[in-house]
Design a protein around this ligand. Sequence first.
Ligand code: PRP
Ligand code: ZN
Length: 294
Amino acid sequence: MTRLKIAIQKSGRLSDQSLELLENCGIQFARSKDKLFWYGRNLPVDLLLIRDDDIPRLLLDGVCDLGICGENVARECLLDRQRSEAELTPEVALGFGFCRLCLALPETVSFDAVSSLDGRRIATSYPALTQEYLRKHAVSAEIVELSGAVEIAPSMGTADAIVDLVSTGTTLRANQLREVALVMESQAVLYSGTRRLDDEAGKLRALLIKRIVGILQARDSKYVMMHAPKAAVDAIADILPGAESPTVLSLEGQPDKVAVHMLCTETVFWEHLEELKAMGATAILVLPVEKMLT
Ligand code: PRP
Ligand code: ZN
């Protein structure tokens, strides 16, 4: 049977959470010292730890079967290689690695519209996305492609503006730059590649994707238990977000009250609990859900 090849970022913003996710799927890895290639001990899976920017290319070339990278990196690769979006299948948006690709200018330079960049130089590690953005705005500017340290280009005098990833904004502030326009929003996504898989490997890929969906659902889900007036059960089920039909149990010696148990598949906030209390609920417990398979 073919061993499934999965690529994640070697070191950076997505690395820790990507690895955690795969380990939560039940894959145990024998870690190699060089940290490039890890062997799945209990499942036929090989893990490749590489630069995030290389992940979409390996998926497109059929070297890897699953990969986790930012939407921005995936889209840049598709545009750059003029490949169709269908060739890189987004399987699951993972809810981490949120960032945005932005146009930024030195704080001292005024900005009215993107058109003011006509004839200027823009430094970026995302030339294809930048080009597409400029084309959309009918602006013609010179793109200065840099592989790193894009934020220092304006102060070095090699560019007038930059298009770069922003997550907290610290890097921009430290370099006296300000965000003036959004090019693209992004988060980490699990993608499938194009390699033809044999039956078993294909099934394993589908299984892992399903487990990842389950992990994400479980993360937001809570099991909520309480005692409540019998008459309030329907109203209670309406309040809790994403609640499935409640389990209602009678309480010994309390004919007007019942125990209510519910699985809530969306975030349960303190405000929800306060509302429940106001409806007469007592002994409210909110429990984490460890695993979920729907
Ligand atoms: C991005 C970007 C900035 C930094 C912005 O790099 O190039 O350097 O993050 O983050 P901040 O707004 O929180 O300061 P990234 O971590 O994606 O590294 P990479 O470009 O090497 O993948
Ligand atoms: Zn990168």
